[in-house]
Design a binder for this molecule. Structure first.
Ligand code: NAP
Length: 314
C-alpha cells in the first residue's frame, strides 16, 4: 500500500487524462496519472491528426501525445504504469487497487476511454491506420476519390457513410443482416444518396494487404458464399471504416458509479459522477461528440472542479 494521499489520481493517460493531469499539476495539486499500457489512448492509432485546432502539418496521434505527455511531466504530474483493477469510493478518501500497488486519493478523475468494437478478423489489427479506420471525422479526408466500405448497420454507420460521401467516389455500406438498426430517417437519407451502395447479409471475414489495404473478403450470412473484392490497378487501395459500436472502458466502475444502459458514465456539467469527488472525462462519458478536442476539454473541467471540491471539503 502506498500510504501517501494524493489530491487527485487520474485513471487513464489518453488526451482526457493528460489534460486533467496538466490542469491539476498547474494548480499545484499533488497529482498521479495511472495508465495500464502506454500514454495516448485511441488517438495513437491515428496516422494524421488534421482536425485538432493548431495541428497543421505532420501531426500524428503519437506526436501530439508525446508533446502532451512531456508538458504534463514538466508541470510535475507523476505518471505510473499500473492497471487499476478495483476501486473503493465508499469513504472520503478513495482507494484504487492496481495490479502493482494501492493508491489513496481525495479525488479521482476516471479517463479510461472507449474502444471501437473490432471486427476481430485477420488483417484488421495490422492494417489499422493503413486503410482500416474507426473514425470518419479523423480519417475520411485520406480517402478522397477512393472507394470506401463502411461496416455496420447502426446510426453511426449510416450517418458516417453520408459524411464519407464528401470524400469518397463511392461508399458501400456492408451490414450483416437484411434490416438496419439505424433510424429509418437516416436510412432513407442514405438510400437517396447516389454515392451510397448497400451490401446486405454480408460479414467481413478477412482484410488483405501488405502495408496498406488491398482487398476484403465477405461471407454471405444467409448462403455462406464467399466473395473477395480487390482494389483496382489505378487506385491500388480503398478504405474500410468499421462502425460496429463502441465499448466504454468502464467495467470495473459499474458497481461504484452511475452508468447508462450502454456503460457510459453519467456526469453533471462539472464532470462529477453521482459520487462526490469522483469525476469522469473523455470518451467514456455519455455525450454526443467523442474527439480529442472534447476529451481535453472534459479533462480540464474535471481537474478544475476537483480542485474546487478539495477546497470545499478538506
Ligand atoms: P450500434 O447501434 O451498437 O450499432 C452497431 C452496428 O454494428 C450494428 O448494426 C451491428 O449489427 C453492427 N456490428 C456489431 N458487431 C459487428 C461485427 N462484428 N461485424 C459486423 N457488424 C457488426 O452502434 P452505433 O451505430 O455506433 O450507435 C451507438 C449508439 O449511438 C446508438 O444508441 C445510436 O442510436 C446512437 N447514435 C445516434 C445517432 C443519432 O441519433 N444521430 C448517431 C450515431 C449514434 P447488428 O445490427 O446486426 O447488431
Amino acid at each position: 500500500m502506498n500510504d501517501k494521499i494524493y489530491d487527485v489520481v487520474v485513471i487513464g493517460a489518453g488526451p482526457a487524462g493528460l489534460s486533467a493531469g496538466l490542469y491539476a499539476a498547474r494548480a499545484r495539486m499533488d497529482v498521479l496519472i495511472l495508465e495500464k499500457e502506454r500514454t495516448g489512448g485511441q488517438i495513437v492509432t491515428t496516422e494524421e491528426v488534421a482536425n485538432y485546432p493548431g495541428a497543421i502539418e505532420d501531426e500524428t496521434g503519437p506526436s501530439l501525445i508525446a508533446r502532451m505527455t512531456k508538458q504534463v511531466k514538466n508541470f510535475g504530474a507523476q505518471i505510473i504504469t499500473d492497471d487499476v483493477i478495483d476501486v473503493d469510493f465508499t469513504q472520503n478518501i478513495k482507494i484504487l487497487t492496481g495490479e502493482k500497488n494501492t493508491y489513496k486519493t481525495k479525488t479521482v478523475i476516471i479517463a479510461t476511454g472507449a474502444k471501437g468494437r473490432l471486427l476481430d478478423v485477420p488483417g484488421e489489427k495490422e492494417l489499422t491506420g493503413r486503410g482500416v479506420s474507426y473514425c470518419a471525422t479523423c480519417d475520411g479526408d485520406f480517402f478522397s476519390d477512393l472507394e470506401i466500405f463502411a461496416i455496420g448497420g447502426g446510426d453511426t454507420a449510416l450517418e458516417e457513410s453520408l459524411f464519407l460521401t464528401k470524400f469518397a467516389k463511392k461508399v458501400t455500406v456492408v451490414h450483416r443482416r437484411d434490416k438496419f438498426r439505424a433510424a429509418k430517417s437516416i436510412v432513407e437519407k442514405a438510400e437517396k444518396n447516389s454515392k451510397i451502395d448497400f451490401m446486405m447479409n454480408k460479414k467481413v471475414t478477412k482484410i488483405i494487404g501488405e502495408g496498406v489495404v488491398e482487398g476484403i473478403v465477405f461471407e454471405d450470412t444467409v448462403t455462406g458464399d464467399i466473395t473477395t473484392y480487390m482494389a483496382n490497378d489505378e487506385d491500388m487501395t480503398f478504405g474500410i471504416f468499421v462502425f460496429a459500436g463502441y465499448i466504454p472502458q468502464t467495467e470495473i466502475f459499474k458497481n461504484h458509479i452511475n452508468l447508462d444502459s450502454r456503460g457510459y458514465v453519467l456526469t453533471n456539467d462539472s464532470m462529477m459522477t453521482n459520487i462526490p469527488g469522483v469525476f469522469a472525462a473523455g470518451d467514456l462519458r455519455q455525450k454526443t461528440l467523442r474527439q480529442v478536442v472534447t476529451a481535453v476539454s472534459d479533462g480540464a473541467i474535471a481537474a478544475v472542479e476537483s480542485e474546487k471540491f478539495i477546497e470545499e471539503n478538506y
